[in-house]
Design a protein around this ligand. Structure first.
Ligand code: TYD
Length: 212
């Protein structure tokens, strides 16, 4: 039976997820809460190998369905090898991107549609996030924050692609509003932190994971 708490953080490239994840890490450590921080694509040895194939700028010929299946394959391994065992042992798991990234990027961005959700429901085997923070930021602002020299295959996509991804995220957030928390990411990082940690603290208290 699952006892931990599964948190995911989503949003366009350059929306400040990494900064907020660092704040969460500091918060969990300060409160002595057992946690696992991980990311997608990747998280496991097999997943990291798939990550380098997926994001390699030289793999320009990769077709959209191959891309979707590789993300899903990386996720299946991640859930089985790392996420489920951590949740079963009572940990809080924080994952930088998860199933909603595939639905937004491959489903909406690549326009593969609902097939992406279906494939990924097989991949995650019922292991869905309890709460998902969506960093809301205009994709053109996010894109401008990433140095052009270090952009990966996905980040190099045209702005139209990133706009479709962002519209997709907003649709998914409405569809699954019981777990999505929309965060205005166009503010100072401390203001964003206070919103996220404040919300998280409420959940941790409800679940008896925070004893103060
Ligand atoms: P990464 O460098 O981890 O980006 P970020 O720091 O913004 O999370 O690269 C992951 C890229 O892969 C990012 O552009 C989003 C994309 N992606 C998908 O297209 N589908 C997915 O299922 C996942 C997990 C990521």
């Amino acid at each position: 039976m699952r006892r931990g708490l599964f948190i995911t953080i989503e949003g366009p490239d350059g929306s400040g997820k990494s900064t907020q994840i660092q704040f969460m890490k500091e918060y969990f450590e300060a409160n002595g809460i057992p946690c696992l921080f991980t990311r997608e694509p990747g998280g496991t040895s097999i997943g990291e190998k798939l990550r380098s194939i997926i994001l390699d700028k030289d793999n320009a010929e990769m077709c959209d369905m191959t891309e979707a299946l590789l993300y899903a394959a990386s996720r299946a391994q991640h859930v089985e090898e790392l996420i489920k065992p951590a949740l079963d042992s009572g940990k809080v798991v924080v994952c930088d991107r998860f199933i909603d990234s595939s639905i937004a990027y491959q489903g909406y961005g690549r326009e593969l549609g609902d097939a992406v959700r279906v494939i990924n429901e097989y991949a995650v085997c019922g292991c869905m996030p309890d709460v998902t923070y969506l960093m809301e930021l205009d994709p053109s602002i996010g894109k401008s924050r990433i140095n052009a020299d270090v952009q990966d295959r996905l980040e190099l996509e045209r702005i139209e692609f990133h706009n479709r991804v962002y519209d997709g995220y907003k649709e998914i957030a409405k569809l699954y509003d019981e777990r999505f928390v929309e965060v205005n990411a166009a503010r100072e990082k401390e203001a964003i932190r206070n919103d996220i940690i404040g919300h998280l603290e409420g959940i941790l208290k409800d679940r008896g994971l925070l004893c103060r």
